[in-house]
Design a binder for this molecule. Structure first.
Ligand code: GSH
Length: 220
């Protein structure tokens, strides 16, 4: 078995590749990636830095292939079977590729935008809380308690959402605005084991300071 597919069962772009594999009974090892798990995420990022799935790894040829369309082209060329995702006839092949592009560009991507636009503030707050839990856990491992005020959660939810990309930029916002600043506090010795850090929204920005919050806050 040489093919490994990094995927998620609910990810539409992965379905394209799964269809190509299943139609030809091509043997492969499925590796489900949970992007909420930092280890899974790091594993996918090491293969394909944009951290999008599907990604196919072919151990036989030492190849790592991202992008559903490219994977299907690769499977057609290297692991052909009775089902020809890319027809042999060049004109028919062009038409298959055209439909693939139409589907991706005018169905799947706009659909993602529609789904993202339906995300309500409370969903976004839940996503922020979920991502902040990872930050809190990391800091707890250093014996530092992180308190994030509700105002800070709202601030992150607002800044980390882009209609085109949904909540995808949320993690980067937390990394830039919270994680990096917490790392600075640790590295500079301004917070040490047993310490406490508060993340609050103030004057249009995030305020990350040592010590407890003066306002009612949610404590990890
Ligand atoms: N153009 C890429 C799109 C891949 C893509 O957008 N994958 C989504 C799942 S369907 C993803 O990895 N999302 C994770 C994220 O947005 O962080 C392809 O065809 O493979």
């Amino acid at each position: 078995m040489t093919l490994t597919l990094y995927y998620h069962p609910f990810a539409a772009f992965c379905h394209k590749v799964l269809i190509a594999l299943y139609e030809n009974d091509t043997p492969f090892v499925p590796v489900e990636i949970d992007l909420g798990d930092p280890d899974h995420r790091a594993r996918l990022a090491a293969l394909w830095p944009p951290t999008l799935f599907p990604v196919l790894e072919d151990g036989a040829n030492g190849k790592v292939l991202p992008e559903s369309t490219i994977i299907i082209e690769y499977l057609s060329a290297h692991y052909p079977g009775p089902f020809a995702a890319i027809p042999a006839d060049p004109e028919a092949a062009l038409e298959a590729r055209l439909w693939d592009r139409i589907f991706d560009s005018f169905v799947m991507l706009p659909m993602q935008t529609i789904v993202f636009n339906r995300l309500r503030p409370e969903n976004l707050r839940q996503i922020v809380e979920f991502l902040l839990d990872q930050t809190r856990r990391r800091m707890r491992a250093q014996d530092v308690t992180v308190t994030v005020t509700p105002a800070a959660v709202d601030w992150i939810a607002e800044r980390g959402f882009e209609p085109e990309f949904g909540a995808r930029p949320m993690r980067r916002t937390i990394q830039r605005e919270v994680d990096n600043r917490l790392s600075d506090l640790l590295l500079s010795g301004r917070v040490s084991p047993g310490g406490q850090v508060t993340v609050d929204a103030r004057d249009g920005g995030l305020d990350v300071h040592t010590g407890p919050s003066p306002s009612p806050a949610e404590t990890a």
